[in-house]
Design a protein around this ligand. Structure first.
Ligand code: ZN
Length: 133
């Protein structure tokens, strides 16, 4: 079911500012930046080993990420596991009584299907599941 840890999502106020730390000070290499959710969310991916760090910034203070930043400030926002079959992963979670944020997978700009599990069901951690096209 779970293949690997795909990425760790870090909520930041400004991706360009955050890249100064992750690229220059920490020495990581930027793979790509992308705009998601109709331009409301900017993301930057920095590969490390078989996983990545995802920096996430939002323009929408009413979004989940916007509320997270207002309440808690910058920091680790979610972890993402790659799965081989997201539908069966969600079914298994439902059978086990887990609360899902996305009952059916969403699709991002790269055609990846993803869904979030509520932190209340995951010991305080927002978990994203990801299936490659
Ligand atoms: Zn993510």
């Amino acid at each position: 079911m779970i293949i690997r840890l795909d990425h760790i999502g870090i909520a930041v106020q400004n991706v360009s500012d955050a890249l100064k730390f992750f690229e220059n000070a920490l020495g990581m290499t930027l793979d790509h930046v992308a705009s998601e959710e109709g331009g409301k969310t900017d993301v930057a991916f920095l590969p490390v080993g078989g996983s990545e760090v995802e920096l996430v910034q939002t323009q929408d203070p009413e979004s989940g990420l916007g509320k997270f930043l207002a309440k808690r400030g910058e920091g680790i926002h979610h972890i993402c596991f790659e799965v081989d079959d997201i539908e069966s992963a969600l079914a298994r979670l439902r059978e086990n009584g887990a609360q899902l944020i996305d009952e059916t997978p969403r699709v991002n700009a790269s055609g990846m299907r993803y869904a979030f599990i509520h932190p209340k069901s995951a010991h305080g951690v927002l978990i994203e599941l990801y299936q490659k096209p």
